[in-house]
Design a protein around this ligand. Sequence first.
Ligand code: ACM
Ligand code: ZN
Length: 654
Amino acid sequence: MTLRLTASILLTTAAAMSLNARVASPDDIIPRPALFTPADGVCAIDHTSGRMPNIYKEIGQTSSASPESYTLTITPEGFKITAPTEAGHFYAMQTIRQMLAGDSVTAVRCGTVSDEPRFAYRGLLFDVSRHFRPIDFLKKQIDAMALMKLNRLHLHLTDGAGWRMPIDRYPRLNEFAAWRPQAKWSDWSVAGARYCESSDPRAYGGYYTKDELRDLIDYAAQRNIVVVPEIEMPGHSEEVLAAYPELSCSGQPYSSSDFCPGKEATFKFLEGVLDEVMEIFPSEYIHIGGDEASKSAWHDCPDCRKRMADEGFTDINQLQSYLITRMERYLNAHGRSIIGWDEILEGGVAPNATIMSWRGTQGGIEALKSGHDVIMTPGEFCYIDYSQDAPFKEPESIGGYTPLAKVYSYEPLEPGLTATDASHLLGVQANLWSEYIPADSHAEYMYYPRAYAIAEIGWSTPEKDYPDFHRRALILNDQLKSQGYNVFDLAGEYGERRESLTTVSHLGRGASVTYTLPYHSKYPAAGNTTLTDGLRGGWTYGDKRWQGFSTPMNLVIDLGSEKPIHYIGATFMHSAGAWVHLPDKVVYSISSDGKDFSPAATLWNDVDAAYPKIMFKDYGTTLPEGTRARYIRLEATPNPRPGAWLFTDEIIIN
Ligand code: ACM
Ligand code: ZN
């Protein structure tokens, strides 16, 4: 009896295995190898004995000049790796690791993989300021990065939400600037963005010790990953200026986000910080931030004005350029190079700076054309803090909609760039800004699978085949999931807002619109035809279907002639994290001559302005039988929250 049972279990297991049995291939992995030439036969994998095929490694040239290149020959006897460096061997091993993942793989297809990266820089940003993450979390992500041949971990160590590295000369950075009384970023922001002592019972945050950072850097280096530290300057520095207010223009804490570039103390501080950063981080590149400085306090600061006079500056941007260029000189003198966000182009770029282009690609292209090295990370494709699926089924996010297909569609080498320009394009990076990502598991969910697309763009040749990439992403997702990563359920993806996938026919389609108050120049969508073109918006206000207003709305639609109408409606978007709010009130009025309007309907908002997810609300009304009109006026009153936007996609009239 016992024997028979055992035999039947074995049979069942064997049958299940043979049902799922899969012959893996280099064609199944991410990033797609540069070239795979199949040969006859397979290399069998014996899971029962746990015996894996022999792997022979040799140092030798490949057909590529890249030190990360490798050749992997798969025969029935085993694997043979040839690579010029340890990095190449390591990447061949990652190819094997991906192919062998999962018990269902019973063999690997024979052939030769000749592989090399398209770009030398393939990065992910970790925003450990907005939410501190433990070292073990970062190591776990390094393991995943290595598997997909990503090789730069951009560690965003400092920002207004907390300073994360101890600096012995400036202990208030980790005693005070690393801690805040509210854990939730939006609560902290609304409560005035204050810091607290590490001893405060409410203290939330933290910092890495220098030993932890050294250990992390070693761990990454063993996996061919360089940790690139970012120390923000001159903006995004509220936490420093709360701890050391003498470095701000006013000398008062909580008065500005920017260092004072007029004061020598600022340079003494930054050089001291960078000395300790260089002691810990061997990276050639030190990222000095440079983004989103408000510069507002600089105008009236006597030190800044004196600096401008002494240097003969006429433009406030030159003060930023002065600070960045001085810091570049300091770091260059110590054998390091700077990376800065594309704002450092304003006021004159530091001579040797590498530009990280995030506000689209224009800054990056300009920098390439002037001979600067560039890393592309345009927000539209590479900001993975945006929602990756229908917002109604996703966790709270900063807004937007950047599904896997969108990230994958990005091509960094734009038409019009010369071979010389292209030689300065170092690579690509995805950024996970983490204001709305408190939990480590949530961060993983946001990285995977979208990091796969960055890995593929950074490594593989530029040909695109999304269905094939999607197939491989499902395989890699399964592998990461089985290793305990919280990945997004790609198989269950809902996709784009259904309304946006077809055009809508209605009586007002094609009607002219006269704007009494204009739409915002940043969000025109298709301009004056947007609201009557039959095209509905998708999940994000940035998709050029939604028209944005930073004022009340007041516009008139002209149907061309008087017609019977029985319905008027417009859909508005709510995305509180992006300051996109529903109108408090929408008033429709109608007219036959365009002069005398009579009220048709007044509709009120009933949704809490703090509702944490993106949602849409129809402000629609059915009109009494017999209603006729040629002109329809829409007036919308924004939410009273300062800076609230209105976004709508179509005014539907029937
Ligand atoms: C950035 O998103 N401010 C670089
Ligand atoms: Zn100043």
